[in-house]
Design a protein. Structure first.
Length: 84
């Protein structure tokens, strides 16, 4: 659920603010990645100039790890970087 400021967490808001402050153009939750059957994953930020994604996680538990291992296996070309 997105908050009034347009991001799902204050951590995401902080990252968006830092990217904007440093003149780094980004897209927020614009890409949907399909993985295993009917599952989808939407990375938080896409840095088009450098062609990589940023996933912002306040908590990274075993289910997150499992999901991202599947995504990595099925989409080895995606460059996803984590901020924890």
């Amino acid at each position: 659920m997105k908050r009034a400021h347009g991001y799902r967490s204050n951590f995401e808001l902080d990252i968006a603010s830092q990217l904007a402050k440093n003149d780094v153009p980004f897209e927020y939750e614009k890409t949907i990645v399909d993985y295993i059957r009917e599952c989808t994953y939407t990375p938080d930020f896409y840095i088009k100039e450098k062609d990589f994604y940023i996933e912002v996680k306040g908590k990274f538990d075993s289910s997150d790890r499992g999901k991202h291992l599947l995504i990595r296996k099925q989409h080895p070309d995606l460059d996803i970087r984590f901020l924890l």
